[in-house]
Design a protein around this ligand. Structure first.
Ligand code: FAD
Ligand code: DLZ
Length: 530
């Protein structure tokens, strides 16, 4: 007992004697870094007398895209805490640390080594959350010579099959339709057969600008403990060239901390979540958002308990319906919907490029050095916190990538790298489908393209910007303005027939060919300078 996690060691449990009559079934149970849930399907029916849990810190999972340092710290620290909790329950955990000299750096090779060490009767694992890792898992039986049982990941409201059944035969998929079915199926915010409050959606109340006089609540962040600090040192050593800084690390790394973060959100931010969901303010990264995606996507919280906590806040009168419905829709609706889209459309989805965008990602996405203040703010927050909220992702960094025609795969890899909550199953549809319309409308009914006026309306960014948001052309004009119109002109054949794009195309129809050509030329000159 008492081994440091720098070493690989079985701490508890005795291996059954070999060749002594009836051999007990010995299962090697694999827990990946985003599967940190006590009720994980791979851990069900675990026999503490015979089974061993295998957890592996491997360099490849940190580098297949160069993840933000905070994301790697979060995953590895949470893995170490989870292993300690299993051990405290008397479960044998074979934990391979990143700096174990024998560590091969890859999941499959580590499983092969573990099978040689333990000679299990079978391997049990929960389906990985990502296509790439699922393909690896499908090879584990052949690679190890040991039978592998892959269990479904049932930590979601909807199984993959449930989504596929919903999607089958539908001409267009829309989140709102799926969400209503989920509300009914799981009896969330329902009064009998009807939605609470008489409407399914209260978004009309949820698009307010944040008045300067409204203060935002201090948020529950967590001081790194000894385990997290040890991982931080390791990450600085192994991943020193990765994006982002560790100074502001404050993410919950245990289930107990994640529950505290959830309580803090429900009590202090949820009541105003709806009102200011789309607002942005310089120097205020969190506003009234939940900050719950990083622990949720690791498995430290379940979506069911989060929705139940939000609904309870409404039922007890501590949060209004527009806030609670808006929040529940993100989790019960969007999160489940994008997972369904991902698994239904992979692997072809990864190559989607309906708008034929080919531009390289500008360097300022990594440095944050740009005179466009909205982008500089969003990227600076991303560096410091591995976080920016949805509207910054969608309407600032995403909108710019859409308008500038950045190649979908480049911007998609950027989103996967830079956020503490980023996993391909949730990030890819949001990027390809929602932010850059690369799937041509599978996810969203129209591109989320906007000029500087939208950013000005929803934030205080434009005030201190080097550009002038009210100017449409000229050297001081906000680049979002001419990029927006040039985008519409460039994509006219593809988008003008979309009824939801009718208004801007009507405006454009009133412009002379010369005016249109001048806008295109100005946008092109800007893009050439990037
Ligand atoms: P809140 O605003 O408080 O929302 C509550 C919860 O709802 C979130 O924690 C999340 O679990 C869920 N949620 C909200 N919006 C979405 C959405 N569009 N899709 C799926 N779930 C949603 N979310 C991720 O979890 N991982 C990602 O890798 C990711 N990449 C994104 C990339 C782009 C281009 C965009 C536009 C959005 C992305 N999102 C991603 C969705 C969303 O931006 C984040 O979930 C959210 O910002 C996380 O912060 P929060 O926990 O404070 O969320
Ligand atoms: C993201 C991540 C990182 C950085 N490191 C590890 C790791 O060392 N070991 C591990 O088991 N998982 C890690 N992960 C999470 C995996 O990448 C994740 O399981 C896949 O992306 C599937 O969702």
């Amino acid at each position: 007992m008492g081994a440091r996690l720098g070493e690989r060691q079985i701490l508890l449990g005795t291996l059954p004697p070999r060749g002594s009559g009836r051999e007990a079934v010995k299962t090697l149970r694999i827990v990946l870094g985003d599967q940190l849930s006590a009720g994980l399907s791979a851990l069900r029916d675990l026999d503490p007398a015979n089974d061993i849990v295998l957890m592996m810190e491997v360099a490849n999972e940190g580098t297949y895209v160069r993840h933000h340092k905070q994301k790697i710290v979060l995953v590895l620290s949470a893995m170490r805490h989870f292993a300690a909790e299993l051990r405290a329950r008397g479960i044998a955990v074979d934990y391979v640390a990143l700096d174990d000299p024998a560590n091969t750096g890859s999941l499959t090779a580590e499983i092969v080594r573990a099978v040689e060490r333990h000679r299990p009767t079978r391997i049990a694992a929960t389906e990985p959350g990502e296509w790439r890792v699922l393909k690896m898992a499908e090879n584990w039986q052949e690679a190890t010579g040991c039978p592998v049982e892959l269990f479904a990941d049932d930590r979601f409201f909807a199984s993959r099959a449930r989504f596929a059944q919903w999607a089958k035969g539908r001409r267009g998929w829309r989140m709102e339709h799926f969400y209503r079915e989920m509300r009914r199926a799981h009896a969330i915010l329902m009064d009998g057969d009807n939605p609470v409050g008489g409407d399914w959606n209260f978004d009309a109340e949820n698009r307010k600008k944040l008045p300067a006089a409204v203060t935002t609540p201090a948020r529950r962040r967590f001081e790194p403990d000894a385990t997290t600090r040890a991982v931080m040192a390791l990450v600085e050593r192994y991943f020193d060239e990765h994006f982002g800084t560790l100074d502001e690390f404050g993410w919950p790394v245990t289930r107990a901390q994640a529950l505290q973060a959830l309580d803090d959100f429900i009590a202090n931010a949820l009541p105003q979540f709806g009102d200011y969901q789309d607002a942005m303010r310089a120097g205020a990264p969190f506003l009234f958002h939940s900050l719950i995606a990083p622990p949720l996507n690791l498995g430290l919280l379940s979506p069911h308990e989060i929705c139940a906590a939000a609904e309870a806040a409404f039922r007890t009168g501590t949060a209004p319906l527009n806030a609670v419905e808006g929040f529940v829709r993100q989790i019960l609706g969007w999160r489940e919907y994008v997972r369904g889209v991902y698994w239904t459309l992979m692997p072809d989805y990864a190559d989607a490029n309906a708008l034929e965008a080919t531009r390289r990602l500008p360097d300022f996405y990594w440095s944050g050095e740009t005179p466009m203040r909205c982008l500089a703010q969003a990227i600076d927050q991303t560096k410091r916190y591995a976080y920016s909220h949805h509207i910054q992702r969608l309407m600032v960094t995403g909108n710019f990538a859409l308008l500038a025609g950045i190649a979908p795969r480049e911007i998609e890899r950027w989103y996967l790298a830079v956020y503490a909550d980023a996993y391909e199953w949730v990030e890819m549809p949001n990027t390809l489908g929602m932010a850059v319309f690369a799937d041509g409308g599978k996810m969203a009914s129209k591109p989320y393209a906007a000029s500087g006026a939208y950013i000005d309306r929803m934030s205080d960014f434009c005030g201190g910007c080097a550009y002038e948001v009210k100017q449409k052309t000229g050297p001081k004009a906000c680049p979002f303005n001419y990029l927006y119109w040039a985008f519409l002109i460039r994509q006219k054949e593809r988008l003008a027939g979309n009824p939801r794009m009718a208004m801007p195309y009507r405006t454009l129809a009133g412009w002379s060919p010369e005016r249109q050509a001048a806008i295109v030329a100005e946008a092109q000159a800007f893009l050439d300078r990037l």
